[in-house]
Design a protein. Structure first.
Length: 154
């Protein structure tokens, strides 16, 4: 029964070992049975938190345009080991993080294009901050996307 639940979950989407353990617990599967099934799935390579983390980072950087901090927070929410999270996040290059911030700013710019430049800047900066980007990268992206000098808005 536990094996079928895990296989069904994995066919729907990739999941961390912690997520699968939680699903099994909620379905009333005893802890020993759940551990045995998850150990076996890990042994044969169907459950691999490192591979899951890498795929999650790629997905989140491209689709949700998250910063390193945002990715770290999501991976921790998925129940991944702190060391694995730190290793995975460390692999995100500054260029990748800048590209994610730039893509988010471009996307947001489409919805604020008809507003005053000060309002555009404020709204895009807010979107970047909510995704975890720091002020340094936000100012750099805003300068590139809006083609303005940040000092004009002080």
């Amino acid at each position: 029964m536990a094996r079928q639940i895990v296989l069904r979950q994995l066919t729907m989407q990739a999941r961390s070992r912690h997520e699968l353990a939680e699903i099994l617990r909620k379905k009333g599967i005893p802890g020993e049975a759940a551990t045995a099934v998850l150990d076996r799935m890990t042994e044969v390579g169907l459950v691999d938190d490192a591979r899951f983390a890498e795929a999650w980072v790629d997905s989140r950087q491209q689709r949700r345009h998250l910063s390193r901090a945002g990715v770290r927070q999501e991976l921790q929410r998925k129940g991944l080991d702190r060391d694995l999270v730190n290793e995975t996040v460390a692999e995100i290059s500054s260029d990748d993080e800048y590209a994610a911030a730039h893509a988010l700013a471009e996307k947001k710019l489409r919805s604020v294009r008809n507003l005053e430049p000060v309002v555009q800047r404020r709204r895009i900066a807010g979107a970047l901050a909510r995704r975890g980007f720091g002020p340094g990268i936000a100012n750099q992206v805003l300068t590139d996307v809006l083609d303005t000098d940040p000092a004009e808005f002080d």
